[in-house]
Design a protein around this ligand. Structure first.
Ligand SMILES: Nc1ncnc2c1ncn2[C@@H]1O[C@H](COP(=O)(O)OP(=O)(O)OP(=O)(O)O)[C@@H](O)[C@H]1O
Length: 277
């Protein structure tokens, strides 16, 4: 049985206003002082409650920076909640940032093994799947070459072929359908359809409302990290669309930057971005 249970979950990132600066500038400008380089909390998720069970196919909608990807990463266990509790039961398959984390000096075959083990395969179970993974990637002789020499599209092919060879119970997907070239996309879509049908529980982040309404039986709408609506996809999407309005500029993008955070964030991101405060 697969299950997701988020109880009053909040996730706050803390960033610094200044980007990375040379040591000299850091000392001369006194950037070590809190007042000169203040911490800025970004409330990416705000007091979220969500329960999902077998059979739920949840589509997540919301503006840029609403917290959709952060929610997926929290469900996958990449980020712990700053506040509240997260329970996810079932074997998780995460389809986001899939081309990251390869061993660049290892070849394709070796990377299939490394990643397969990370996904919970055993040497025995992987042996049965490895030829299928290689065939799906269509990388042929390139599988003997260190992945450092792959193009970005070839890396995506390999990553997608491995990640989708498992049988997930909880499938977490973030706009992955644009993977690879045109020929690969056709195959990838078919594979995704099979995977989604096989998963017990799915959470899909997408800006493609048509796909969401086709695939999902439930939708949630996030705005500045808060849950605005949860229910039947058409109704939730209609509410989201109404909030955007005909001009398309109903609310500022990004997470909530209001300075009302009382928490010491558990997930402090090291980031070089200059906060657009
Ligand atoms: N690693 C990080 N460090 C600091 N802030 C972050 C980090 N990741 C996300 N954020 C912030 O958290 C907020 C939510 O970001 P998230 O990526 O979850 O949005 P999203 O809804 O997926 O947006 P989009 O539709 O643009 O992909 C944003 O304000 C973003 O700036």
């Amino acid at each position: 049985m697969a299950k997701i249970e988020l109880n009053d979950v909040s996730l706050t990132f803390t960033i610094r206003q200044q980007r990375k600066v040379p040591l000299k500038e850091y000392l001369v400008k006194g950037l070590f002082r809190e007042s000169r380089n203040p911490r800025i909390p970004i409330h990416a998720l705000n007091h979220l409650n969500l329960t999902a069970h077998d059979g739920d196919r949840i589509g997540v909608v919301g503006h840029n920076g609403a917290g959709k990807s952060t929610l997926l990463k929290l469900l996958a266990g990449v980020y712990p909640p700053t506040k509240g509790t997260r329970v996810v039961e079932g074997r998780i398959c995460s389809l986001f940032d899939i081309a990251l984390g390869f061993e660049m000096d290892a070849n394709g075959w070796e990377n299939i093994r490394y990643r397969g083990y990370l996904l919970g395969e055993t040497p025995k179970s992987l042996e049965k799947k490895i030829d299928g993974i290689a065939a799906f990637s269509e990388l042929g002789a390139f599988l003997d070459v260190p992945v450092r020499y792959y193009s970005s599209g070839m890396l995506v092919r390999l990553a997608f072929s491995i990640s989708t060879a498992v049988s997930p119970e909880v499938l977490l997907v973030d706009e992955v359908l644009g993977a690879g070239d045109l020929a690969f996309q056709v195959k990838a879509r078919e594979r995704m359809r099979e995977l989604m049908a096989a998963a017990r529980l799915m959470v899909l982040v997408t800006h493609d409302i048509g796909t969401l309404e086709q695939i999902c039986n439930r939708a949630i709408w996030l705005q500045h990290g808060a849950l605005m609506a949860d229910g039947e996809p058409r109704e939730v999407v209609a509410k989201y669309k109404r909030s955007v309005g005909p001009s398309g500029a109903a609310h500022p993008v990004g997470g909530d930057l209001s300075d009302t955070d009382e928490d010491e964030p558990a997930a402090r991101a090291t980031t070089e971005i200059r906060a657009a405060a």
